[in-house]
Each structure stands twice: as structure tokens, then as C-alpha cells.
Design a protein around this ligand. Sequence first.
Ligand SMILES: CC(C)(COP(=O)(O)OP(=O)(O)OC[C@H]1O[C@@H](n2cnc3c(N)ncnc32)[C@H](O)[C@@H]1OP(=O)(O)O)[C@@H](O)C(=O)NCCC(=O)NCCS
Length: 246
Amino acid sequence: MTDNRDSIIQILDIDRTLAANVPFSPLSDGEIRVWFIPTDHPGLLKQTGVLSEDEQKKAAGYKNPSVKMCYEIGHTALRLLLARCQNTAPESLSFVYGPKGKPALSDSNGVHFNISHSGDWIALAVSQTPVGVDIEYARDTRKTDSIVRRFFHPQEAEHYRTLSPEEQRRFFYERWTAREAALKALGIGLTVEINEFLVERCPDRPLLRIAGGPPGSERLLLTGFDCPKGYVGCCAWFEGAAQKKM
Ligand SMILES: CC(C)(COP(=O)(O)OP(=O)(O)OC[C@H]1O[C@@H](n2cnc3c(N)ncnc32)[C@H](O)[C@@H]1OP(=O)(O)O)[C@@H](O)C(=O)NCCC(=O)NCCS
């Protein structure tokens, strides 16, 4: 895997990828593809009959109509994209869930994915090896001071205090999305004390890594990527995973 975020993360257009007349190039080693989908994507809303009975039940359980629509659009897009990756019908895919709820394809066949939603956007990341993605709508800094005090490593909290307000905002969202992406790559979610580990820059490459984190996190690499205006995103993957074919 090349240690350069631009050679790892490919941001692709959902409409172009799903267009029937555009050939789909197979995923390559070490590549992570990311698609942004608006939560009210009109074309995906019309794609009924793709979701499984369980997914339809889950969607129906959301009382808030916009949360329901976000779930339906995200999972419809996910099925359509994964079907293109596996060259199969979207409705034929089935999913399994990890102990803390991380979804994966029952028959992954070297296709892994992760979803994140925030505000008006859904991000889907797909890779040949396990991946975690997080996006956040980067609001102002009002509440970030207390979150940093509570949930960031003391070293990060100390650094945060030396920054200007704009730098604090950027630092906060970079490190927050990195924490979530790491925990999502591991599949454990927010079930650990996230202030006990440090998100830090790799000394030798323009990526982030985790120090003192839960088992497996020492092998994670992370990077931010370009997002729609006002949003911040991060992807996490396992170093050397491309070679090991996890
Ligand atoms: C995973 C988690 C960090 C998501 O955080 P979030 O910022 O609220 O949400 P995001 O939009 O970034 O991600 C949500 C997506 O992550 C995925 N996801 C769910 N659990 C996951 C996990 N353990 N690991 C990785 N991804 C997970 C799902 O696809 C979900 O989207 P969906 O419900 O539309 O399918 C959070 O839900 C969490 O900590 N979950 C585990 C909590 C837990 O232990 N629950 C008890 C189960 S025993």
C-alpha cells in the first residue's frame, strides 16, 4: 500500500458509479473508495424493492422521517454499490453483524465496507480489507472544549489549548473523526475509554496512527479526505492489510 492519502482514498461520484453504461473497475489492493450520498438523493429514493425485509423493518422503526429516509437511501446505495463490486444482484446480498453491530457481507469475497452519516450526507467506504469511516458536520467550537477535556488524550487536550479558535475547530474534527473511524474499523464502536488513547501523526508519512489504544489499533493507519463543504471525514484501515488479505 502506498503511504499517500491520495493514492489510498478515491472519492467517487455515486451517480456515475451506478450508471449502467459506466464500466465498474474492480477494487484494487490497498485502495479505499468513498462515495458521498445526499440523504435525500431522489434517484435512490425511487429504487424500491432492493432492501431486505429486516432492513425495511429497521427503517420502519425510525419515527423521524428524515432518519428513516437516511437509512433507506444509505442502505439502498450500499446494496447497489456492493452489487457492482461483487457483480451480483443488489437484493441477493446478505449481511452479518459483529458483536458490537458492525455490518459486513456474509460472503465478503474480499469486499469490506463501512457507513457514516452526518447532517445532509452519507459516506460509504469500500475496500478489499476491513475499513472504518466517519464523517461529521463541523459545527462551531462551542461544545468542543468540554468534549476535548473529557474524551481526548491529555496530550491532545494540552495541544488543543495552545491553538487559535479556527485551529481548535480543525484539530477537534480531525481527531474526533479519527477516533470514530478507528473504532469502526476495529468494529468495537464507542465501547472503550476513548480518552485513554492518543491519535498522533506518523513520524514518517502524512497519515495518523493510534497509540495506547485497544488491541489491533496499533496496526491502524488513518487519513482525512476531501468532503462536501462544512464536513470533515476520516478513514481507518490496517497497515499491510493489502498484503495480508484480511
Ligand atoms: C458505531 C458507532 C461508533 C457509530 O457512530 P455514529 O457516529 O453514531 O454513527 P455513524 O453514522 O458514523 O455510523 C453508523 C453506521 O456505522 C455502522 N456500524 C454500526 N455499528 C458498528 C460498529 N460496531 N463498528 C463499525 N461500524 C458500525 C452501521 O452501518 C451504521 O449505519 P446504519 O445503522 O445505517 O447501518 C456507534 O454506533 C457505536 O459505538 N456503536 C456500538 C455501540 C454498542 O456497543 N452498542 C451495543 C451493541 S452490543
